[in-house]
Design a protein around this ligand. Structure first.
Ligand SMILES: Nc1ncnc2c1ncn2[C@@H]1O[C@H](COP(=O)(O)OP(=O)(O)OP(=O)(O)O)[C@@H](O)[C@H]1O
Ligand SMILES: [Mg+2]
Length: 378
């Protein structure tokens, strides 16, 4: 765990960081995002003590790094920067193996590890071990940069815009690589980027920094749903969530005021209730627990031979339901299937939380095409 405690940084009279406090949990990828000059690199370089704070403390696993031996500290921290920082006169093998060799690991073990790391970043060891950095493309060099950061198997990896000089396709494939590697190794990663798309893809949490202040530190999902300022909203891009359907959950778009009735209500009363509420169906729930039992439609009740009978006799019980946390991507197949128009949202305990209707979906899907002041009626 990395903790920044009241960190400030001054250069002469200029304050570039103002009272920054933030915690990065073990195994978490945190993206620092902000405009040029906002202080991202300064903050990052404090973690491996390339820059010292003017005041405040940084703790790693509870210990103040200012009191630690700088080399021991850095050995536990991989570092990847935009300009790769590969040594041009060393082969790829020597570049990756440098620190492990310097720290006294046996040559055979270093070579094994180097091959393993090249494999990990998608480069064939036999092809690339003997090459020099200039004989690699920008993307390949950056893959080597990533491999090198993992060489000493550090707990922490710092990345400062590692992919920003690469073309979009190469960049996307390196992002995939990082996601894949991270799903296996669970390092603590602090990743600086200008690119909000990159931050949303990679970050478990995103810290938005402006002029040396933290504006918001949250999950990508929360930032999109609840930006705490106009700046954050603008930075994130207001329509971003609509282009990330996997981040839209049933609970975000469900109707919460759902017309319900108990199983004992007579068919006739249920029809009256629908008439008054202007709906053509009711969800049948167990009153005390709100457990969903079924659904009755006006059509079924109008055809009912005995309108004094309880609705439970005419309700449909084989309902498709979804969980409040299910994403839009998971919902669509359920909704498309049999052209179900109403899908109850039901929690782990079988309790009714809300209802997805065709119109709530249509509203959601049309959101990006509407200006802010246009009202949609459901
Ligand atoms: N050695 C220095 N002396 C004086 N000012 C500095 C020094 N290093 C950085 N700064 C200033 O500190 C501020 C933060 O710089 P920093 O490099 O952390 O920004 P950044 O967010 O990483 O920007 P970019 O996205 O352009 O890399 C900037 O205004 C910069 O000019
Ligand atoms: Mg920077």
């Amino acid at each position: 765990m990395i903790e920044f405690l009241h960190i400030t940084k001054h250069y002469k009279d200029t304050r570039v960081l103002h009272d920054i406090s933030l915690t990065v949990q073990d195994g978490e990828t945190v993206c620092l995002v902000g405009e040029s000059g906002s202080g991202k690199t300064t903050l990052l370089k404090m973690i491996n003590r390339l820059i010292d704070p003017t005041s405040g403390q940084i703790l790693i696993d509870g210990a103040d790094i200012a009191a630690q031996d700088i080399l021991t500290l850095r050995r536990n921290i991989g570092y990847v920067i935009q300009q790769t920082g590969l040594f041009p006169h060393m082969t790829i093998e020597e570049n990756i193996g440098l620190i492990p060799t310097v720290t006294g690991q046996a040559p055979a073990a270093v070579l094994d590890r180097t091959c393993e790391l090249l494999d990990m970043v998608g480069l064939d060891p036999h092809t690339y071990l003997g090459r020099y950095p200039a004989e690699l493309s920008g993307g390949q060099q950056q893959r080597v940069g990533v491999a090198r950061a993992f060489a000493c198997d550090p707990d922490i990896i710092l990345m400062d815009e590692p992919f920003s000089a690469l073309d979009p396709l190469t960049r996307a494939s390196l992002q995939d690589e990082i996601i894949q590697i991270q799903s296996e190794v669970h390092k603590t990663i602090v990743f600086v980027t200008h690119d909000m798309d990159e931050a949303v893809r990679l970050g478990d949490r995103i810290c938005i920094i402006d002029k040396g202040h933290i504006l918001q530190y949250d999950t990508p999902e929360q930032l999109m749903k609840a930006p705490n300022s106009d700046f954050v909203a603008q930075f994130i891009g207001t329509n971003r969530i609509w282009s990330s359907p996997d981040l839209i959950r049933a609970e975000d778009i469900m109707l919460r005021e759902v017309e319900t009735c108990g199983p004992q209500l007579s068919a006739m009363r249920a029809l009256e209730k629908m008439h008054h509420a202007h709906v053509n169906g009711l969800l049948v729930i167990e009153r005390a627990s709100r457990r969903l039992l079924g659904m009755v439609t006006a059509r079924a009740l109008q055809a009912a031979p005995d309108r004094q009978a309880p609705v439970s006799r005419y309700m449909q019980t084989d309902l498709e339901t979804i969980h409040p946390q299910q994403s839009m991507v998971e919902m669509l197949p359920v909704i498309n299937q049999d052209r179900v128009a109403l899908v109850p949202v039901v929690d782990d305990g079988g309790r009714l939380c809300g209802l997805i209707t065709e119109s709530s979906l249509v509203t959601t899907l049309s959101q990006p095409y509407l200006s802010d002041d246009e009202e949609v009626s459901v």
